[in-house]
Design a protein around this ligand. Structure first.
Ligand code: PEP
Length: 252
């Protein structure tokens, strides 16, 4: 059940995968699918391929970086700044992905600071939150998600939320084939929306897209898309396969 006030959104996170040729093939496949624009589609290739994808991808599909830093420029070897992304006409950036949090030391505060810097430079942000298996088993799912969101809430202003798509990505579901059930995902999405209503504003809660990520594929996407608080998907593994097009059409 797609909410008419929240345009369905599908992001494809290629992670550190692909070659020039493989990425051209993926983009050609997406272009040939002639998506009608009813769903907002954004693909996130590794940074070395951002400009290639930007050049080849047919709008209205858009491009996202998988990360950025906080500063505009300077001695930060290996980083990309939000203003450089903007200069290259890259519209979106993924921030707070669990792989960055768990493997590269991105703290809640760092993710919040990057979010602020990205929005200040005109970027839109796919902001990821999610609990681990252990945290779910300990029954602290919402505590963890709220803690991650609270850092952002303290750092940005209410008006900034219109530039954010919130991705709920339970860590136990990412890349494992263990997709959350539609009920499990819906429950957390509804809780996140309620929390945003209380902590930020009802306007933000009603309008923000909350997308689900974690082992979404061409088969399970339809039922997930029917949940009232699931406004789209962030897709990892399946974004590298032809079935990504089916996921982009899952709300049709
Ligand atoms: C992700 O990395 O954001 C993701 C959801 O991965 P996968 O779809 O492979 O679980």
């Amino acid at each position: 059940m797609v909410n008419p006030n929240r345009k369905f959104f599908v992001g494809g996170n290629f992670k550190m995968n692909g070659t020039v040729d493989m990425i051209n093939e993926l983009i050609n496949h997406l272009n040939n699918a002639k998506l009608d624009g009813k769903t907002e589609v954004v693909v996130a290739p590794p940074s070395i391929y951002l400009l290639q994808v930007k050049e080849k991808l047919t709008p209205p599909a858009q491009v996202a970086a998988q990360n950025c830093y906080t500063a505009d420029s300077g001695a930060y070897t290996g980083e990309i700044s939000p203003s450089q992304l903007q200069d290259a006409n890259i519209e979106w950036v993924i921030l707070g992905h669990s792989e960055r949090r768990s493997m590269f030391g991105d703290t809640d505060k760092f993710v919040a600071d990057k979010t602020k810097a990205a929005i200040a430079n005109g970027l839109k942000v796919i902001l990821c939150v999610g609990e681990s298996q252990e945290e779910r088993e300990k029954d602290i799912t919402m505590e963890v998600n709220e803690r991650q969101l609270e850092a952002v809430t303290k750092t940005i202003e209410e008006k900034d939320w219109e530039h954010i798509v919130l991705a709920y990505e339970p860590v136990w579901a990412i890349g494992t084939g263990l997709v959350a059930s539609p009920q499990q995902a819906q429950e957390v999405h509804a809780d996140l929306r309620q929390w945003l209503g209380q902590r930020v504003s009802q306007k933000v809660a009603d309008s923000i897209r909350i997308i689900y990520g974690g082992s979404v594929n061409g088969k399970n996407c339809k039922e997930l898309a029917r949940q009232p608080d699931i406004d789209g998907f962030l897709v990892g593994g399946a974004s590298l396969k032809p079935e990504f097009v089916d996921i982009c059409k899952s709300a049709d």
